[in-house]
Design a protein around this ligand. Structure first.
Ligand SMILES: [Zn+2]
Length: 600
């Protein structure tokens, strides 16, 4: 990467940048909208105390809220995208700061809205919901009212609100300890240079083809955590206790139940995911055995799990070639999809190259009144083409949902957020496999798929299982200490990776470095999302017109239905273990294919 000359923003050719002027032609236009928002907030605030007056009043209030939010989002998105072009630019930065304070002000001034709706007596609410004026908003109102049994009295809510900052102390302490105070030693890298180990470069070390480098980094990482094991156990215990207490205070039967409530996902989905993954652990063990065979080791260690078995093929892919590859790969979705996909390039949704000060990584972002933009840092590797396919998946999902739905129901839920992106990656995988005769490229692609499925289904489910266990202990009033966390984690890890992986005692500390354990049952969505994508990509590739049409139903659904219903109508029933089984059978077959290529 060092050999690439990094351009200044102004030097990047226009066709390689996104067309943000399509949102606001000039900063002055942004200022105009920014200045218009406080009046919209006041207009909305005038509905306070009047929501139960009539169905028309409630409808007008919702519409007034949407109008304000919609404009605020546009203002916010422009500020953010512009700033990501060059994060060092102070004019850009100041727009982001102003947009963020505006958002904070809006949320302060609109906090009365949901509680006031919730406080409308049942009988009155039934009357309102039956009125034609509210028929369009009925679903979202009912969705809000679903949490009524878990909403406390005004006084209790006030106490909870006031204590929320203190309740977050365990998580905050973890974050500060983990990101600011915790220091790792220097490790010798592949070039023999001493480099300070960081969270950011740890995975790079573990991906090193040199075993010595991986081992050193692994040891350094976990030795550092072991020294602080009691502190990390205490922050984690505090965070789990907080989830458990919040669930109890709000009358949920368990912390898991409380967390799944927002997506309206039953606990069985979570339990079945864990069971389904257990059923398919032999496939993961087989992959670990393949790693032993390829690496020429009797047994591999935990630091031999992440390094790619096949190094990335040295392909130099131009931007034009990358576009062509995804256009070809998405053909099974039909002509109409491809035409819309072309808009991404013709209308310049994509910011392609790296430039000085540009935000790193890749994302898809935008709002109802903008293109679904993509930020990339494209360097021409095969991995970059997968990233393009992934982010285009997000953007096309937004495109269809925005086109099909009114603003009120346009934004899809996190539960389904990674489905379209992963589906497109799988389509690209299939296309590339079919269009190459080169065994090296094939092996790389198979390895890429395996590591994606391993990282997203097996690893996240291992986390999900550990998370569930921690909450269950806490619910039985058993405080979590370092010894029991480590013992449980070590045993679970050994069960997941199987006998081909040497049980390295150091891995027992991995629980300490996973920020997701503070997120309250979040990671399982990664596993369900990719499992759905495997099945959907199969459906698309089958060429069955009905199945493809159903897939578009998902792309267009936005937030107009329950997430499980959206998936079911699209052809994936996540209330059964079937999709996880299908995805892990694909994993199993892929191990076999890779075995054939790599082990003679
Ligand atoms: Zn994504």
């Amino acid at each position: 990467m060092d050999s690439h000359k990094v351009l200044n923003r102004k030097e990047v050719p226009e066709e390689m940048t996104w067309d943000i002027e399509a949102i606001y032609a000039a900063p002055e236009d942004w200022e105009k909208d920014f200045a218009a928002i406080p009046a919209l907030v006041d207009k909305f605030a005038a509905f306070k105390g009047r929501l139960a007056d009539s169905a028309a009043a409630l409808r007008d209030a919702i519409e007034s809220d949407d109008t304000m939010e919609r404009l605020a989002e546009k203002v916010y998105v422009y500020a953010h995208l512009r700033s990501d072009e060059d994060t060092r630019d102070s004019a850009n930065r100041s727009r982001v700061d102003r947009a963020e304070s505006l958002f904070a002000e809006i949320s302060g001034k609109t906090a009365w809205f949901d509680p006031e709706i919730m406080a409308i007596p049942n009988k009155k609410m039934d009357e309102l919901l039956a009125a034609p004026e509210l028929s369009f908003y009925k679903r979202s109102l009912e969705e809000l009212l679903r949490s009524r049994p878990h909403t406390l009295s005004e006084k209790e809510e006030r106490i909870l609100g006031m204590s929320s900052d203190v309740m977050g102390t365990a998580s905050k302490t973890f974050s500060v300890l983990n990101n600011a105070d915790l220091r790792f030693p220097e490790v010798t890298n592949e070039d023999g240079k001493r480099v300070e180990l960081t969270h950011g470069n740890y995975i790079k070390f573990l991906e090193s083809p040199k075993r010595r480098v991986r081992k050193k980094a692994f040891r350094a990482m976990y030795t550092s955590y072991t020294k602080l094991r009691n502190t990390f156990a205490t922050t984690l215990d505090g965070a789990i206790k907080k989830h458990v207490l919040s669930a109890k205070l709000r009358n949920y039967p368990s912390a898991l139940n409380a967390s799944l409530f927002s997506d309206n996902v039953p606990e069985e989905v979570y339990m079945e995911l864990i069971q389904a993954v257990h059923d398919k652990l032999p496939a993961l063990h087989k992959y670990m055995q393949l790693r032993c065979d390829v690496l020429g080791l009797e047994q591999i260690d935990m630091y031999d799990v992440f390094n790619p078995l096949v190094p990335e093929c040295k392909l130099e892919i131009t931007w034009d070639k990358a576009k062509e590859m995804v256009q070809e790969a998405f053909k099974p979705l039909g002509e109409e999809y491809c035409e819309n996909l072309n808009k991404a390039f013709e209308q310049r949704w994509v910011d392609v190259c790296e430039n000085r000060g540009k935000r790193s990584g890749a994302y898809s972002g935008g709002c109802y009144d903008s293109y679904p933009y993509l930020l990339l840092n494209f360097h021409g590797t095969l991995n970059d083409v997968f990233t393009l396919a992934h982010e285009l998946g997000h953007s096309m999902h937004s495109f269809y949902s925005h086109k099909e739905q009114e603003y009120h129901y346009a934004d899809y839920q996190i539960f389904v957020a990674e489905v379209a992106s992963t589906t497109n990656e799988l389509l690209l995988h299939d296309h590339l496999m079919k269009s190459t005769e080169d065994d090296n490229v094939k092996a790389y692609l198979l390895c890429h798929l395996l590591d994606q499925l391993r990282g997203t289904i097996y690893r996240q489910t291992q986390f999900a299982e550990f998370e569930l266990w921690m909450h269950q202990q806490s619910e039985k009033s058993i405080p979590l200490n370092a010894d029991m966390l480590s013992k449980k984690y070590f045993d679970l890890n050994a069960e997941y990776y199987g006998k081909s992986v040497k049980p390295n005692q150091r891995i027992e500390m991995e629980w300490a470095r996973i920020p997701h354990f503070y997120y309250n049952f979040y990671v399982y969505k990664y596993a369900t999302g990719i499992s759905a994508a495997v099945e959907l990509s199969r459906n698309i590739l089958s060429g069955d017109a009905k199945k493809i049409k159903d897939y578009f139903g998902f792309l267009k659904a936005g937030d107009s239905k329950e997430v499980l219903d959206i998936m079911k109508d699209a052809g994936v029933d996540l209330s059964t273990p079937e999709p996880v089984h299908v995805a892990l059978d694909l994993f199993n077959d892929t191990v076999d294919q890779l075995h054939k290529l790599l082990v003679k």
